[in-house]
Each structure stands twice: as structure tokens, then as C-alpha cells.
Design a binder for this molecule. Structure first.
Ligand code: FAD
Length: 355
């Protein structure tokens, strides 16, 4: 069978890897039509920014907190860093993070929240994001295409598919993708070996003018049963505390997350808040509390060899990317994006040459 060049590509996931891949792919292959499907209602994945239901100006980052660029990565991704800094998407972290051990590098924050970083790539790409599209099956369809289906019954055909969700969620997919993985026993073993940490977090939204009564903007808490990191998110991102409502994010430790993983986020939120108020009695009562569970938080063991991507099948093209194939940081996702996009370019060239 001769395969046609890829015209229609689906990116699954509107996190950093999916958004940056869509953007770079559109730049490299403008002839491709690219669409993103995500199961969530919002954009950003683990770089999502939540709004207070009482005040839409009051936001908090529940996942990624700040970006640490090592000198090597600052050099490797210098064009991207320069673009993001000049656009004001990133700015140098002015506040001190107490107990931060990652001294080798420069820290940056996202003044508009971490999701603004992901939105930057989506806007630049011009790609449409279909929200509430939780894919549950990937199968081989008619005419050499890939049929992708969602839980809610949406189905469509694509010439190429990029999967950027955490690896355990790739392994849960139904359809021909299961047998494609099963047939490659080494690949299956390496996929099953990928591990993520788990943690809970709270977003605390305060009224405008609330006095938070501590001088720091973020701190790591060593040796606590439950709490690991607390940040006055608005202060960390350099927002004006006199005119805007402050917000706080509280992360639990990984052992606490793992030990309570099957508990509900609503059930566990008061327990975490109780630990927080005992440790920091100077904070006033927030106007709203939002709990969240990160079942797949950061990669603790990546795909063997950190290749940045994994081609599951060449024709039709099914490829995986994301921090599971690199490492859980901004630069890890960009490494993965670059590897994914060059694999797409290579495959497209091959397909065009075979025509
Ligand atoms: P994700 O962001 O997970 O994107 C995957 C997307 O796929 C999601 O939007 C999800 O909704 C979607 N999806 C999943 N399953 C399906 C499905 N079946 N159908 C459709 N869509 C699906 N990094 C830093 O650089 N600095 C930090 O300070 C930092 N701190 C962190 C703190 C926490 C608590 C967490 C959780 C992460 C942190 N990280 C940090 C890591 C960073 O957030 C991740 O490495 C990065 O966001 C991963 O991006 P991704 O696009 O690869 O995956």
C-alpha cells in the first residue's frame, strides 16, 4: 500500500507539549491541518491556572510554579526564552523561594499564570482546541487513516496522531492501539516502567486587600507529614497586592499524596487546610478554597533513555511525546516537542518521496 502525505493531524492534550508541538508543527509543515483535543474544560494540563469563582481576577497556579533554566538550557532554548521574555509571558522571579535547592539556574515566573505560557503557543499556532474531548480509542480506520473516538461518542479520522498525555493514560486507551503496543514487548515494558509522583494541592483565594501577614512569597517545608510547598502565588508572580486579590497555593508532600491517592480531593481538602492553618496561623480566612489531586504530578522515572518521543507506528503515524519521554520541567517538554516535530518532518518527507 502506498501512503499519502499527512494532511490532517490530531494532537491529543493541550498541555505545554501538545501546544508547543502544534505550534512548531504548523511552522514546519504549513500544509498540515492540525487540531488539538483535550479532555479538560480548560487549557494548560499541568500548567493550568484556576480562577476564584468569587473574583475572576484572582487566579492561582495549581501545578507548575516557576521555571528554572539551567545555563545549558538557557543557551539551548535561548531563542524561545528571548521571545517569551520580550512578550512578557515570562519574567525573572524577583521573590526569594525559601528552601529552594535548585541553585544551578535562573528562575522565571509567568506573570499571567502558567496557562498563559501554553496559550501563547496555541494562539501563535492558530490551532483550534476542542475541549471536553476525552479520547478513549485509537484504531486503524479506512483508507490508511487513524480513527480516534471520545467517551462522548465523537469520532474522526486523521493521517497522524500525537499523544501527549501522561504515559499511564496512553496505556488505558482502547482499540487497535492496544495490540500495536502489545506486539512490541520491549516498548510495552518501557512504557509500563514510566512512573509519576502524586500529590494534592489547595488553591486559597482571598478578598482584595487581605493581609497575609508573612514576608516571604514561597517556601518549601522540610519533614512535614502533609505539607511540602506553600506559595503566595500572586506575590510570587509579582501582582500588585494593594489592588488585586491575593491567592495562595499549598502542595502536599509526595508520600502524603501516594498514601491518600484513592481519597477524594473534596474529602481531603479540609485535612490539608487544617495542617496549613496550624503551621501558618497568621493567614486570614480565604474567601474560597479549591482542592485538586495530581494523580500524575511529576515524572519520577521517565521512558528509558529519555528519547523525547516514541513512534508507536509509522504508517499511519502514531507518536507519543510529553514529559514522560524527557523530564518534568519546561525545558523537558520543549526537548520532547523538538524531538516530536523533527520526527513528523522526517516522516512527512518520506511519505512525499514515496508518492
Ligand atoms: P500535561 O500538562 O499533563 O498535558 C497533557 C494533557 O492531556 C492534559 O491537558 C490532559 O487534560 C490531556 N489528556 C489526558 N488524557 C486525555 C485523554 N484521554 N483525552 C484527551 N486529553 C487527555 N514544571 C516546571 O517546569 N516547574 C515547576 O515548578 C513545576 N512544578 C510542578 C508542580 C506540580 C504540582 C505539577 C503537577 C507539575 C509541575 N511541573 C513543573 C511539571 C510540569 O507541569 C509538566 O512537566 C508539564 O506541564 C507537562 O506538560 P505535558 O504537556 O507534557 O503534559
Amino acid at each position: 500500500m502506498s501512503w499519502r502525505a499527512m494532511e490532517k493531524v490530531l494532537v491529543v492534550g493541550s498541555g505545554l507539549t501538545g501546544a508547543a508541538s502544534a505550534c512548531f508543527l504548523r511552522e514546519a509543515c504549513p500544509e498540515m491541518s492540525v487540531v488539538i483535543w483535550d479532555k479538560a474544560r480548560g487549557i494548560g494540563g499541568r500548567m493550568s491556572t484556576s480562577r476564584s469563582p468569587k473574583d475572576s481576577e484572582c487566579t492561582v497556579d495549581l501545578g507548575a510554579q516557576y521555571i528554572t533554566a539551567t545555563p545549558e538550557y538557557r543557551q539551548k532554548h535561548s531563542r524561545l526564552y528571548e521571545d517569551l521574555l520580550s512578550m512578557g509571558i515570562l519574567s525573572p522571579l524577583a521573590a526569594k523561594i525559601e528552601g529552594d535547592s535548585s541553585v544551578n539556574g535562573t528562575n522565571y515566573v509567568t506573570p499571567q499564570g502558567s496557562s498563559s505560557l501554553v496559550k501563547y503557543f496555541i494562539q501563535k499556532s492558530g490551532v483550534q482546541v476542542m475541549r471536553d474531548h476525552q479520547i478513549n480509542s485509537v484504531s486503524l480506520g479506512d483508507k490508511g487513516q487513524i480513527t480516534v473516538g471520545t467517551l462522548s461518542g465523537v469520532r474522526d479520522q486523521f493521517d497522524g496522531v500525537l499523544l501527549t498525555m501522561p504515559v499511564p493514560q496512553i496505556l488505558q486507551l482502547q482499540g487497535d492501539i492496544k495490540s500495536i503496543i502489545d506486539k512490541q514487548s520491549e516498548v510495552k515494558r518501557k512504557l509500563e516502567a514510566v512512573r509519576y509522583s502524586s500529590r494534592f494541592c489547595l488553591g486559597l483565594f482571598y478578598k482584595a486587600g487581605a493581609k497575609l501577614g508573612v514576608p516571604w512569597s514561597a517556601k518549601y517545608i522540610p519533614d512535614h507529614d502533609c505539607l511540602r510547598f506553600v506559595s503566595i502565588d500572586s506575590r510570587k508572580r509579582g501582582r500588585d497586592e494593594v489592588t488585586s486579590a491575593p491567592s495562595v497555593v499549598v502542595h502536599t508532600s509526595v508520600p502524603f499524596g501516594v498514601n491518600n491517592l484513592e481519597r477524594d480531593k473534596e474529602e481531603i481538602a479540609p485535612e490539608i487546610y487544617d495542617h496549613f492553618t496550624k503551621m501558618f496561623p497568621e493567614f486570614p480566612e480565604p474567601e474560597h478554597i479549591k482542592g485538586h489531586k495530581w494523580r500524575y504530578s511529576q515524572v519520577s522515572q521517565g521512558y528509558e533513555g529519555s528519547p523525547g518521543y516514541l513512534i508507536l507506528q509509522e504508517n499511519p503515524f502514531i507518536i507519543c511525546g510529553g514529559d514522560g519521554f524527557a523530564h518534568s520541567k519546561f525545558d523537558g517538554c520543549i526537548d520532547s516537542t523538538e524531538a516530536v516535530v523533527s520526527a513528523f518532518i522526517k516522516q512527512q518527507k518520506k511519505l512525499k518521496a514515496d508518492l
